[in-house]
Write a protein that binds this ligand. Structure first.
Ligand code: GLY
Length: 377
């Protein structure tokens, strides 16, 4: 693994310099915003019209990563500003959802774990309590979303929640009581049973009987169709399962992360530019850079967990994804606040756009390759 990183050292260092050059400027410029995308190159702001939007932790989380790696105070100030802006969302219990791990684990959780800030600790434990409160004790799963008009779905689970349950492992360490962790384990075990197909591809949404937990049907969600393979869902599974392994040591979680990773690598190995869905028709050509960036983070962590002779499979794939996307999808211009273009929210009606979590995971991947060991999840 070290050899492969050394062979790519110049590219890693140059890419990190470009990230720091852009973000040190944008950190100040967008300090009082919670960005999601850019409009004409300028960050938008979610905090007024959608404070509980699921991506609102990524900007502050990325600022923490930059601060940890560089110790540039501008990043810390923006991260702390972002966390305080997010207090508006923390008070909106009815608007909150399964994605509170994305929102507060990498924001307040990191702030607390890195600086010892007690207010951040309270925020992250509160978010963990919100997530735990979504556990269906009969069905043994964490419920996805809240009902929306004309669609009640008490029994729905989604692959994305694998990225949220690290919040529960972290909360259990913090309070010295495994009750949060037990919820995470039940949810991860359900996910292996009901979301991971034998070929390593992943189902986005499963509808369960909320009284028994029995799987009733699979639903397409943000991918192309029922039975297809939404690439960001594959990435959530790769990184989510290796994180569950890191937090628990349970081998089945690492094996599942590897299984999904093998499928992902097979699907991208022609040019390492991930499509939105690996089982969609050839036209239209829709990419999702966010899937590649998140998968790269998971692959790097898998490489750290497997024996020496296996590491190169995962680190090579991560390097190829990151290098291909840097060449084709990154925008280093000062006229653009975002870094990674060509994200796509969903297959149907999908359009290419920069999305904040694409930048977050791209930055996190290069941060890891630079040797930063502090894990934000
Ligand atoms: N968690 C929703 C998404 O991946 O778009």
């Amino acid at each position: 693994m070290e050899n492969i990183i050394e062979q790519n050292r110049q590219w890693i260092d140059e890419t990190w310099e470009k990230i720091d050059k852009k973000l040190s400027r944008v950190a100040v410029k967008s300090r009082n915003k919670i960005p999601y995308t850019t409009i004409n190159g300028v960050h938008d702001n979610k905090i007024d019209d959608a404070p509980a939007w699921w991506t609102n932790g990524f900007w502050g989380g990325m600022m923490w990563l930059m601060y940890i790696a560089t110790k540039n105070e501008e990043y810390r100030i923006t991260a702390e500003t972002s966390e305080k802006l997010m207090d508006k969302a923390l008070k909106m219990y009815k608007e909150l959802h399964h994605d509170v791990g994305f929102m507060w684990n990498i924001l307040s959780g990191v702030s607390y774990r890195y600086t010892g800030n007690e207010d951040s600790k309270t925020r992250f434990l509160y978010a963990a309590s919100v997530l735990a409160s979504r556990f269906n004790i009969k069905g043994k799963f964490i419920r996805a979303w809240n009902d929306w008009e004309g669609n009640e779905h008490e029994g729905w689970t989604i692959i994305d929640s694998m990225m949220n349950i690290p919040l529960l492992y972290r909360a259990s360490y913090e309070i010295g009581d495994d009750r949060f962790k037990y919820i995470a384990l039940e949810h991860a075990n359900m996910t292996i049973r009901d979301h991971i197909r034998p070929d390593g591809s992943v189902v986005h949404i499963v509808s369960h009987d909320p009284q028994t937990g029995d799987a009733i049907e699979t639903i397409a969600g943000q991918g192309y169709a029922v039975g297809s393979s939404w690439s960001r869902g594959q990435a959530w599974a790769i990184y989510g399962f290796v994180l569950s392994y890191i937090h628990t040591g349970i081998q089945e979680y690492l094996d599942t992360a590897k299984q999904v990773a093998h499928y992902f690598i097979a699907c991208v190995c022609d040019d390492y530019l991930p499509k939105v869905d690996f089982r969609a028709p050839d036209e239209p050509v829709l990419y999702d850079s966010t899937a590649g960036a998140c998968a790269a983070c998971g692959l790097i962590e898998i490489a750290k967990c497997v024996p020496e002779h296996e590491k190169k499979i995962y680190i090579n794939a991560a390097m190829k994804l990151l290098k291909a996307m840097e060449k084709e999808f990154c925008n280093w211009s000062e006229d653009e606040d975002a870094i990674l273009m060509m994200g796509t929210e969903r297959y149907t009606g999908g359009i290419h756009m920069p999305i904040i979590y694409g930048d977050y995971f791209f930055v996190e991947a290069i941060y890891k390759l630079k040797g930063n060991e502090f894990l934000s999840w």
